[in-house]
Design a protein around this ligand. Structure first.
Ligand code: AHR
Length: 506
């Protein structure tokens, strides 16, 4: 058995755990909204047409923030189409995904859903086909209390109280040539700055997100962020990051190591933002909003022709996730937590049906995909502060990312309760790992308080409508705590979470 050592110290703090790390994303795309969160006529739909089974799973997932309404969709979206009496709402072409948008759900419905799901809305404005005025208009509709045309329109539409949305994304992926209204970095940077200035004039305390690159493989990666931030550094709080990973040509070793790429991505954007900040002589530290991340078998999607028939809620990218995908998702969350000093918001893309932890069948059941489990458990256990987690593990060679450690891990610690949570992955495909956790720095002896692991003899196993719990969490085997040393056994290709209690120090 491989031996790996982790050392933890309650004084070695990276940053507080940001609850916004556990965000998700609802785009008007495929069946995320229609027959995902919303399906009037479904036996489990509530009085507003929302599926209560999906609401319950959303709460169980532990989602904190939900980005809405896109994504590529937002770059051609007119928010006004989705408010007021439903019978007057237009049907429109959605050019991003080649669907028909019925506008049955708009911001008022989504705000009602968000209140029921107990999540914060992160609202994205259209800076593809639209600009400053429309961003101000949707802000006035959502956040202005009363006494102006659009605030009163919201009230007339049934929402007396403003929605108080504090986080606003200034467009989506405008570096991408596929994006409606695609722009150069300079054009976008100026538009983002003008929009931010106007929104701040309306409400100074907003938290604003400028678009970073749509992926680290973009030819303008890094240069895009530098130019955009030269224009908007003092006006925005966040720059966004987007990354999707998949297993290419059966190269499981590289796929299991893709969190090392996320680490590198974050470090690169932090360096880029800090260099712009230094040139501007700014003391502000730009935060990162990793507001699209997940496993997405994009190569399968790209291999398909663009649909020529315009349909309402046709299935799009409904990837079915296996055990390896779930281990990778757990590892990507480890990477995000590790960077909590700079990544203070993140959204797994997306929530339901579209590359999502929750799947539904129209008129039928909803179930948890394999990737649901590491997300839900991490969201439930990560509390207090993130600890700098020293992992002494052997490495292995990958063709995409070079050498990667066999084990990756991160820990959080809540000094008020003494709860320590350790999240770890074993990327080795054949050998289990004995993980020894050195807790001497905690003083008082620790006690085990629960452990969960996700692994399977069949790494390709998935959950389906008929076997919704084929892949689930199991109690971790062989967790022992002996005073100041915890020992865990990590099976090959596995994700594990362990909770320990120590004496509160806070
Ligand atoms: O999440 C799916 C799509 O991926 C989003 O619409 C877009 O922003 C990204 O390219």
């Amino acid at each position: 058995m491989l031996q790996v050592r982790v050392t933890l110290d309650p004084a070695a703090v990276v940053a507080p755990v940001s609850r916004r790390t556990f965000g998700s994303f609802v785009e008007h795309m495929g069946r995320c909204v229609y027959t995902g969160i919303y399906e009037p006529g479904h036996p489990l739909a509530d009085e507003d047409g929302f599926r209560t089974d999906v609401l319950a799973l959303t709460r169980e997932l532990g989602v904190t923030t939900v980005r809405y309404p896109g994504g590529n969709f937002v770059s051609g979206y007119r928010w006004e189409d989705g408010v007021g009496p439903r019978e007057h709402r237009p049907r429109r072409r959605d050019l991003a995904w080649h669907g028909i948008e019925t506008n049955e759900v708009g911001i008022d419905e989504f705000a009602r859903w968000a209140a029921k799901a107990d999540v914060e809305i992160m609202y994205a404005v259209n800076l593809g086909t639209r600009g400053v005025q429309e961003a101000l208009d949707v802000h006035e509709y959502c956040n202005q209390p009363a006494g102006t045309r659009l605030a009163d329109l919201r009230r007339a539409n049934g929402a007396e109280e403003p929605y108080g949305i504090s986080m606003w994304c200034l467009g989506n992926e405008l570096d991408g040539p596929w994006q409606i209204g695609h722009k150069s970095a300079r054009e976008y940077g100026r538009l983002a700055a003008a929009t931010a200035r106007a929104l701040r004039a309306a409400e100074p305390g907003l938290q604003l997100v400028a678009c970073g690159s749509s992926g680290s493989g973009m030819p303008t990666f890094g240069a895009w962020e530098a130019t955009v931030l030269e224009e908007a550094y003092d006006l925005v709080d966040y720059v966004s990051c987007h990354a999707y990973y998949e297993e290419h040509d059966g190269d499981l070793g590289s796929f299991l190591a893709c969190a090392t790429d996320m680490d590198h991505f974050v470090d690169s954007i932090v360096a880029t933002a800090d260099s712009v900040g230094a040139r501007l002589r700014s003391r502000k530290k730009m935060q990162l909003s990793f507001d699209e991340w997940n496993v997405w078998y994009m190569s399968r999607f790209q291999a398909r022709p663009t649909p020529t028939q315009w349909q309402v809620a046709a299935p799009v990218i409904e990837d079915e996730y296996n055990v390896a995908d779930a281990v990778v998702v757990g590892n990507l969350l480890i990477s995000l937590l590790r960077h909590s000093d700079r990544v203070t918001a993140a959204c797994q893309a997306q929530l339901v049906n579209v590359i999502a932890p929750i799947r539904t069948e129209p008129g039928g059941p909803a179930w948890r995909q394999s990737i649901f489990h590491p997300f839900a458990r991490t969201a439930a256990l990560a509390r207090g502060v993130v600890l700098r987690t020293t992992v002494d593990a052997p490495g292995y060679e990958t063709s995409r990312y070079g050498e990667a450690p066999i084990v990756d891990a991160v820990a959080t610690y809540d000094a008020a309760t003494g709860a320590l949570a350790l999240f770890a992955v074993n990327r080795d495909q054949a050998r289990p790992v004995e993980l020894t956790v050195d807790l001497r720095a905690f003083g008082a002896p620790a006690r085990p308080a629960g452990s969960w692991t996700l692994w399977d003899d069949d790494v390709r196993a998935t959950n389906t409508r008929d076997r919704p719990d084929r892949v689930t969490l199991r109690p971790a085997e062989d967790v022992t705590v002996d005073g100041h040393t915890a020992t865990l056994r990590l099976p090959p290709i596995s994700w594990t979470a362990a909770r320990l209690t120590t004496a509160p120090t806070g």
